[in-house]
Design a binder for this molecule. Structure first.
Ligand code: 26V
Length: 804
């Protein structure tokens, strides 16, 4: 334990010894999975010394720590990342090579830790990387899901979900910590009695008790000894689970808690379980945190001074009443003192403005599952209303911002009331929160609201996953951008340098070849690496408008079929997207993409000009080879709907041109690169607002007056894409009978015209390369290092820690 090899030879010795010690076999006889497991364990142990030193240093200096409470951490693979961050990648690679082992083969053995749905979970993982790399004590708290988000298979052109068994080889990075296990209580009822001082004492009786056991993962930073912790909680039967529940049923309840990550719009049946998951990891996380605090300090009075809790969306908002419960019931704090501590410790990040995604739980559900927590929520609500009423606030203001409204617990309102900071994730998004979604909450507490534009870790998303671009950057501007991503700006001195432009195009070509080989392997489709790679990779959702992209493809196809003189610069349209299992419309869009691909790719008149590819099972590892091979980055959500987007930043950092609406962080991308280096089109937030307010949008006007739109839309129901004319009818209905909620027809012509401009730009290779280089040069701002510095400065008030 804690062994650190100094050089290649020591590494080889240790590796050989460990293979024998663990599996009783020589290297030659051992299986590749065994080699992977041993290597992973070795790296974990290598970092363990830093882990121990970090914990000691933090305790010794009484440093403040931050805990990122999130239902999701989309970590992806860690082997390469940890080796690189530790600075031992080359030693290990060469050592393995001497032993006849290809490190790439071992890297491929690792499963993605897919503990998340999309942007929100990946953001949490990027934040952990930046926290450790910048020297901040910032940890993650989540659930150890048995299965990640489903794996996507495509069968007969349709999405099929299969379980993602990411733990099938075990998780080499985790350490089970049974000594830190805690109990979590559900159901039952609350009894109050008077203690001898006349103070109310709370007894939660008849509860179902579930044991939460933590599994800790090291979070290794780049070029630092500071090592943080991602704590994943696992549910197990409690020894003293003495309630009346039948045994088999109890076991099933226990297992269900950490069964799987919820796909974002899960059905009613799963909702109880989802709420249970939320309370489970929040309660376990806080109980352990309080205990840890009391091991160092003899009081909780300084809890908020020494601990910051960041809530990643409303999913962990029960932390607010749970911390109140612990402080009052277990440590006998008075309400006002407890509430002050909670508000000072807790901060909340909002990640969506979609009303259907703002969490609300029926009062009955919360009361039944969490009786004591419900009492506290009610009391927070009661005091909130009382207080504002006393200060003569308007009743409509109070009624729209309180927690319990019409029999539902409004989680965002609870988050805002119980915290000292509320942030959006891009400038435009925060603007919309302040002026629209949380307008009334803002009127009451404006000082809480702030913006923290998202970011991505440039280490994973540029330095490690795009070694070709890294080499070009190192040679051109030096390596300082690795420590200081804003130094990418130095590349501005070279954007007109023809030599650098050529070399960049060569890098891009290399990346396109790697992607093309992958596409061939998984789909059998051959793509032309000299065509424009036009990529849309993100969750499938109506507001993200993959369908607009599809409609444009149909438009080009129909036009080329009609007019033999109309031909386009060769283009490969690439999609990657998972649809929530119960989201019928989204699944139909995937099916439509496959139907179109089948037709277009096999049409001898067309396929040399255009190919359509759907890459199945989009996740972190696929993104690592997909984003950096793109020429065009599709960011085409309806203005006002995408809170930020983070894929847009990954594409930009790897030299792709944003084709986008003025939505989310796209706005800040254009702010930096200028309108000459991003292709912006379509309705703006104000336009959408105006049309909605005036009720002036009528999809039939567009359909009836623009012949090419009619032709595209009709193809959904006239048998063009399927023998069964009803196959894609719901897509037609969604557009034509729900008045095109996301304004696809309204934006189509602008989108089409901008796509045509891309073809013009691309023909001039040097001009195109220049645009890409400007994007890379300006992407430093979007490193999550910048984001984390802002959170640390404005919200968490953390100091940097040096660990020897
Ligand atoms: C949840 C749901 C649930 C109900 C049905 C529709 C729906 C749609 C979206 C969501 C996502 C909620 C939270 C989320 O993942 N937001 C994403 O967070 C990213 C990181 O801040 C941000 O870049 C994305 O724009 C935002 O969508």
């Amino acid at each position: 334990m804690g062994y650190k090899f100094k050089d290649k030879e020591e590494f080889k010795e240790e590796f050989k010894t460990r293979i024998i010690a663990k599996y009783g076999r020589s290297i030659e006889q051992s299986h590749i999975t065994e080699k992977y497991m041993v290597l992973g364990t070795m790296i974990r142990d290598y970092a363990a010394m830093n882990w121990k030193a970090s914990k000691e240093e933090i305790a010794k200096k009484n440093e403040k720590q931050m805990y990122y409470f999130s239902m999701e951490f989309l970590v992806g693979r860690l082997l390469t990342n940890n080796l690189m961050n530790l600075g031992i990648y080359d030693i290990v690679k060469d050592g393995l090579n001497d032993l006849g082992i290809d490190i790439n083969e071992l890297e491929e053995m690792e499963s993605d830790a897919g503990l998340g749905n999309g942007g929100l979970g990946r953001l949490a993982a990027c934040f952990l990387d930046s926290l450790a790399s910048l020297g901040y004590a910032g940890h993650g708290n989540c659930i150890r899901y048995e299965y990640g988000l489903f794996k996507q298979k495509i069968v007969d052109g349709k999405q099929v979900e299969v379980p993602d068994q990411w733990l099938k080889l075990g998780n080499v990075w985790e350490v089970r910590k049974p000594k830190h296990a805690v109990n979590v209580k559900f159901y039952g009822s609350v009894e109050m009695e008077m203690d001898i001082y006349g103070k109310a004492k709370i007894n939660h009786v008849g509860a179902q008790i579930i044991r939460a056991v933590p599994y800790d993962m090291e979070v290794v930073g780049h070029n630092t000894n500071l090592t943080n912790t991602l704590r994943l909680w696992s549910a197990e039967p409690a020894e003293d689970a003495s309630n009346s529940q039948e045994f088999g049923e109890y076991i099933r309840d226990v297992i269900a808690i950490n069964q799987n990550v919820y796909p974002d719009d899960s059905t009613e049946a799963g909702r109880y379980l989802r709420l249970k998951q939320q309370y489970f990891f929040v309660s376990a996380g806080l109980t352990a945190l309080i205990k840890a605090h009391l091991r160092v300090y003899d009081t909780l009075d300084n809890f908020a001074e020494k601990n910051a809790i960041q809530l990643n969306d409303t999913h962990p908002v029960l932390a607010i009443p749970e911390l109140m419960r612990i402080l009052m019931d277990d440590y006998l704090y008075e309400w006002d003192d407890a509430f002050r501590i909670v508000q000072e410790a807790v901060a909340y990040t909002n990640h969506t403005v979609l009303s259907e995604a703002l969490e609300k739980w029926p009062v009955n559900m919360v009361r039944t599952l969490l009786p004591r927590i419900y009492m506290i929520i009610e009391e927070i609500d009661r005091r909130y209303c009382y207080d504002l009423n006393y200060k003569y606030y308007r009743s409509d203001l109070i009624n729209s911002t309180r927690i319990i409204i019409d029999g539902q617990v409004h989680m965002a309102n609870l988050a805002i009331i119980g915290s000292h900071s509320v942030n959006g994730v891009a400038a435009l998004h925060t603007h919309i929160l302040i002026n629209d979604v949380f307008k009334n909450q803002y009127a009451i507490g404006p000082q809480k609201f702030n913006n923290k534009t998202n970011g991505i870790t440039h280490r994973r998303w540029l330095v490690y996953s795009n070694p070709q671009l890294k080499a070009l950057l190192d040679k051109t501007i030096g390596e300082s951008y690795i420590e200081h991503p804003q130094d990418l700006e130095k590349l501005m001195n070279y954007v007109d340098d023809v030599q650098v432009q050529e070399e960049f195009l060569q890098v891009k070509l290399e990346r396109k070849k790697i992607l093309a080989a992958y596409i061939k392997e998984v789909t059998g489709i051959e793509v032309d690496v000299n065509s424009i790679f036009d990529v849309q990779a993100k969750r499938l959702h109506a507001y993200k408008r993959q369908l607009l992209n599809v409609m444009h493809i149909i438009y080009l196809y129909q036009k080329m079929k009609e007019d033999p003189n109309f031909r386009i610069f060769p283009r490969t349209f690439i999609f990657a997207a998972k649809a929530a299992p119960a989201y019928t419309f989204a699944k139909k869009v995937i099916q439509l993409i496959h139907a179109i691909a089948e037709r277009v790719n096999n049409d001898p008149d067309i396929s040399q000009y255009m190919k359509v590819v759907f890459i199945p099972n989009y996740g972190v590892s696929i993104a690592e080879i997909l984003m950096n091979a793109a020429d065009v980055s599709e960011q085409i959500s309806t203005a006002g709907k995408e809170a930020s987007g983070t894929g847009n930043m990954k594409f930009m950092m790897n030299g792709a041109i944003t084709l986008g609406t003025l939505d989310g962080a796209n706005v800040e991308i254009v702010d930096r690169v200028g309108y000459d280096n991003a292709l912006i089109f379509g309705l703006k937030v104000e336009d959408v607002e105006t049309m909605k307010r005036a009720n002036s949008y009528n999809v039939w006007d567009y359909y009836n007056h623009i012949p090419h739109l009619k032709k595209i839309v009709d193809s959904f129901i006239d048998g063009t894409w399927s023998d069964n004319k009803d196959e894609f009818k719901i897509i037609y209905d969604e557009l034509m009978f729900k008045n095109d909620e996301y304004f696809l027809l309204a934006d189509f012509d602008a989108y089409q015209a901008t796509q045509a401009r891309i073809r013009e730009h691309y023909k001039d290779r040097h001009h195109w390369a220049r645009m890409c280089l400007v994007n890379i040069a300006k992407s430093g701002y979007f490193s999550s290092d910048r984001t984390i510095e802002e959170y640390a400065r404005d919200i968490w008030h953390l100091n940097k820690i040096t660990v020897k």
